[in-house]
Design a protein around this ligand. Structure first.
Ligand code: SAM
Ligand code: SF4
Length: 346
């Protein structure tokens, strides 16, 4: 097979845009570039996770080809995630080649969700590749709690990463999973901290994805409860701010910053869903909360041209479900969806 050249590979005919059966145009792709991670967050992974054999994982060239096919089919926003995207070897080469779609105007945004552990090393290169904003996950500002939540992470390194990213001019949104009895009483301080540094702050409810060696119903803290508590100190005003993701935003009058709520368990945000996800093995998930999926690795590897791939994508989009059905079964304490968040990247 001739060597794949990302800079000349997009010249084929223009494929059809992706419109699902409910009239939703798919313009946002999240790509998990690895299932591996240097942390073991308690709500995300078991400590002794088994990762995929390397040969099953798409090469960086294949990931570029796959992402570029989606850009050709109308994706305007691409988010790299994982596992931890920045622990994938040579990840910057993929980010740089994907950056060409920003230069041509085909893509509005290239971004990533990271745990921040490698940001001090990569922040400048990310900015140079055209990345403008990133999401950094950080659930607590207490170093001991941070260690307890992430098992293997160090808060200092993440803070140094955030410093480096801001110095490089990247806009940051902090994502924090709300955890009952863990960071519950720290949320107000975290809002002040994030907003004080000019960062957006978004709270996420725990989602029942994958077995994790623990009891999820213990961790689950409804954001309706958090919001009610925040109202004791803050004035929250609903604002129409949208990032293309599922968060609903308010402005905190006292800080002037934005606070987002992602509430998959208490609020169904599916009606405006414009997103699909691919795993690092080339499986396309049409919905985070459903198991239905399509294999894109086979059509990707079957031919050098993209026609088979486009056909597989079209077939999958025609099956995108109307919405998800997350539940934590209180009797069995089993998750509704058996794959881990680190497979589809959230
Ligand atoms: N490693 C990167 C990180 O932590 O930002 C990217 C991947 S991680 C799976 C993406 C996001 O999903 C993180 O903000 C993480 O906190 C969140 N997450 C992981 N498992 C979750 C769960 N069961 N429920 C809700 N959010 C979860
Ligand atoms: Fe790793 Fe992110 Fe999962 Fe934590 S949430 S274990 S950092 S993938």
């Amino acid at each position: 097979m001739p060597e794949y050249d990302p800079f000349t590979a997009d010249a084929s005919h223009k494929p059809m845009p992706m419109i699902d059966p409910f009239g939703r145009a798919i313009s946002y792709l999240r790509v998990s570039v690895t299932d591996r991670c240097d942390f073991r967050c308690v709500y995300c992974m078991a400590e002794n996770m088994t990762f995929l054999p390397k040969k099953e994982v798409l090469s960086l060239e294949e990931l570029d080809r796959l992402c570029s096919a989606f850009v050709e089919k109308g994706v305007r926003k691409l988010r790299l995630t994982g596992g931890e995207p920045l622990v994938r070897k040579n990840i910057m080469s993929l980010i740089r080649t994907l950056g060409r779609h920003l230069d041509t105007g085909a893509l509005d945004e290239l971004t990533l969700t990271t745990n921040g552990s490698q940001l001090a090393k990569y922040a400048r290169e990310l900015a140079d590749a055209g990345v403008r904003r990133i999401n950094v996950s950080c659930d607590t500002l207490d170093a001991d709690k941070f260690k307890a939540i992430t098992r293997w992470g160090e808060l200092d390194k993440v803070i140094a990463g955030i410093d480096a990213a801001q110095e490089a001019g990247l806009h940051i949104k902090i994502n924090a999973v709300a955890l009952k009895g863990v960071n519950e009483h720290e949320i107000e301080d975290m809002v002040r901290w994030a907003h004080g540094r000019g960062m957006d702050f978004t709270l996420i409810e725990t989602m029942p994805l994958g077995d994790i060696e623990g009891d999820r119903t213990d961790q689950y803290l409804p954001l309706s409860v958090v919001r009610a508590k925040l109202l004791d100190t803050f004035t929250l005003e609903d604002i129409p701010y949208k990032t293309g993701g599922p968060a609903r935003y308010v402005e905190v009058k006292e800080t002037g910053g934005r606070l987002g709520f992602i509430t998959p368990m208490t609020h169904n945000f599916c009606e405006s869903c414009n997103r699909v996800r691919i795993t690092c093995t080339g499986i396309l998930y049409m919905c985070l909360g459903q198991d239905d999926a399509a294999d894109l690795k086979t059509p990707l590897r079957q031919s050098e041209g993209n026609d088979l791939l486009y056909a597989a994508i079209d077939e999958a989009i025609s099956r995108k479900p109307k919405g998800h059905d997350f539940v934590i079964d209180r009797r069995t304490k089993r998750p509704a969806v058996s794959r881990h968040m680190s497979v589809t990247g959230g």
